[in-house]
Design a protein around this ligand. Structure first.
Ligand code: ATP
Ligand code: MG
Length: 602
């Protein structure tokens, strides 16, 4: 079943973003231009969720002959670092995208952002507030009650301007003053209740050093950065929906004042990627690494893009997943099997086939001459004859998989058992003649005889049919390899949730995920967590074994992906696979072994 031809590349399915862009192109709103951006904060490693954002932003730009800017949203000097910028660039490139010369930083715009802030003060649209952060929070109101105006709200513009300049000059301590827009303390939208746009932070910034001690906040920075870069479609996740009125307010005012050019960018929100059997929250990923539950950020089980790469996942597999699951405005959960199936389908298409014996049992062909060997020929890809065949040596003593032999087989077992015949794929038909056991009664070797007239690829070889077909390696020729069998990091679909199996259909309370964005544009994830998500780790997510591999596999270039026949997809490890030691990671098995478990939880 896994050797089915790969499905044809899906034609781009309509989604609401494609529809909007097509309409804007038709109306000429942006003169046919499509400019998007991917705006990561350089404060961590990118994860599977970011891949969705990258694929949507760079993908839509590419489909429309537009461009996508890479913009580091680096307005929080306390948390950011160049190390993360490098890793983010690497991850975007790995996914196959190129921003050309369009790599920007929000901090590139600090001068403009500051100048515009003074303009807002001069226009009577912003004021310096001396309230403490607690006071501001307390007077902000609630969804049902309006906020209370600050006593400083009517401070004369000249006084605010003077204070703002003294803030910039470093005369005040962190938190002593903030600059707020003067919008509407009674707005039903809390984001419009005089949001803070500048705060004092005596901190060095990784790019601007000590030039600034006032830093702009996310909502103010993001929309202006978009407008300055002449972004047309500013695509973000749903938690920013309630921020859109503020986004529009800021840039409309600046455009009215002649400080920004029209047409202005517009923000569109899509549902973030939520996946079962992993966690994507930054806090939890950091904890997994720091407490040693995984082997680092690029552990193949981590849902980071560096982890995905080491796991053997493919950029095209991610694209297939996003294309299949679509872009919508409803927050939903995707089952991990969808991601794994996308990877299987891509790997089935691209990965050459090889043979490995993961749990070896000796098979001795008693009527095959000792010290003789010959080549059998195995196709590199069953649907791609153009990829050719390779020689696999055959000899008297072979390795087969332990579970391809049973001394007393149940009905319907077509592999090897006493008296029965199987085909050694690409080789001969053999008949089992007996077993060797050790003193404890364990089977240590299986004996067989081969039929010299049945070699695959020779005339008449296929006239005799047998039901079983197993893989094997010549013991004298096989090499050893360290194989890391990876599986899902968590054993349950919703780690840490009250009902981690999500059994009660329709009970979304245990699995609902509320995501909100704060003034730093930082997203906080609140999966109702009544249990410790760490208790849900899968104890079998990594097993390391020593196995036998085809001689040719030892020469594999790191990161080459293979299908080990009848086993799964594997990748030569990026770091540890060398000329002297073979290391392969299991990317995914051939079939979904979680099907039943997820079925139960469904
Ligand atoms: P933080 O809490 O630090 O803001 P973040 O995950 O939002 O974390 P960003 O660097 O701000 O990280 O994200 C960059 C972009 O990726 C944003 O546009 C964000 O909306 C998008 N993004 C983040 N998580 C997901 C997700 N799960 N699915 C789709 N897009 C995402
Ligand atoms: Mg964010």
């Amino acid at each position: 079943m896994t050797d089915k031809p790969a499905p044809p590349a899906p034609a781009p399915a309509p989604n609401f973003l494609r529809t909007i862009i097509a309409e804007d192109n038709r109306s000429g709103k942006y003169g046919g231009q499509v400019v998007t951006r991917f705006p990561p904060e350089p404060n961590g490693y990118l994860h599977y969720g970011h891949a969705k954002s990258i694929i949507i932003n760079f993908g839509l730009a590419a489909e429309n002959n537009g461009r996508c800017n890479l913009r580091f949203d680096d307005t929080n000097p306390l948390k950011e670092d160049v190390e993360f910028e490098d890793s983010i660039c690497g991850a975007v490139r790995w996914l196959g995208y190129d921003w050309g010369e369009h790599r920007y930083h929000a901090s590139d715009y600090y001068d403009d952002l500051y100048r515009f802030a003074e303009w807002f003060i001069e226009q009577g649209l912003a004021y310096i507030d001396s309230q403490s952060a607690e006071d501001m929070r307390a007077t902000r109101g609630t969804l049902t009650e309006p906020g209370k105006e600050s006593p400083d709200r009517h401070r004369p513009a000249a006084e605010s301007l003077a204070l703002f300049r003294r803030m910039k000059a470093g005369e005040f301590a962190d938190g002593q003053y903030v600059l707020r827009l003067k919008i509407d303390m009674a707005s039903p939208n809390l984001n419009m209740r005089d949001p803070a746009i500048y705060r004092i932070r005596h901190a060095s910034h990784h790019r601007t050093g000590d030039k600034w001690c006032v830093y702009p906040l996310y909502d103010y920075t993001h929309c202006i950065s978009d407008a300055l870069e002449r972004i047309t479609h500013s695509i973000c996740t749903l938690e920013f929906q309630d921020h859109r009125p503020l986004y529009d307010w800021v840039i409309e005012k600046l455009a009215d004042g002649g400080l920004l050019e029209r047409p202005l960018p517009r923000q569109y929100e899509f549902a973030r990627l939520n996946l079962t059997y992993v966690v994507l929250s930054k806090r939890k990923l950091i904890e997994l690494v720091n407490k040693g539950f995984v082997d680092g950020w690029d552990d193949p089980r981590m849902p980071t893009l560096v982890g995905a790469r080491r796991r053997g996942f493919t950029p095209d597999g991610f694209r297939l997943l996003i294309e299949r699951t679509g872009v919508s405005k409803n927050d939903t959960w995707l089952d991990m099997s969808l991601l794994e199936n996308a990877m299987r389908d891509d790997l089935n298409d691209i990965a050459e086939r090889r043979i490995a014996i993961l749990d070896p049992l000796k098979l001795i062909i008693d009527n095959y001459p000792e010290n003789q060997s010959e080549d059998c020929f195995a196709p590199n890809h069953p649907q791609k004859p153009e990829l050719g065949k390779r020689a696999v040596p055959f000899s008297r003593e072979l390795w087969i998989e332990r579970d391809d032999f049973m001394e007393t087989p149940p009905k319907g077992y077509f592999r090897l058992s006493p008296g029965k015949e199987v085909r050694l794929r690409y080789g001969y038909i053999v008949q089992c003649t007996g077993v060797d056991k050790d003193a404890a009664g364990n089977i240590v070797a299986v004996h067989a005889t081969y039929d010299p007239d049945t070699k695959s690829g020779t005339s008449g070889a296929e006239t005799r049919k047998v039901k079983g077909n197993i893989h094997w390696l010549s013991a004298a020729h096989a090499k050893t390899a360290e194989i890391r069998l990876y599986d899902r990091l968590f054993a349950v679909p919703f780690p840490g949730a009250r009902n981690p199996l999500g059994e009660a259909a329709g009970d979304t309370s245990s699995t609902a995920k509320a995501v909100s964005a704060d003034a730093d544009g930082e997203t906080a994830e609140a999966v109702s967590e009544e249990r410790n998500y760490l208790d849900d780790l899968n104890p079998d997510s990594k097993k390391v074994i020593t196995a036998y591999i085809e001689p040719a596999l030892a020469d594999a270039v790191p990161e080459t992906r293979f299908q080990f026949e009848r086993q799964g997809y594997f990748v030569a490890d990026l770091e540890d696979h060398t000329k002297t030691k073979s290391v392969f990671n299991r990317t995914v098995t051939l079939k979904d072994s979680w099907g039943e478990a997820s079925g139960k939880s469904g």
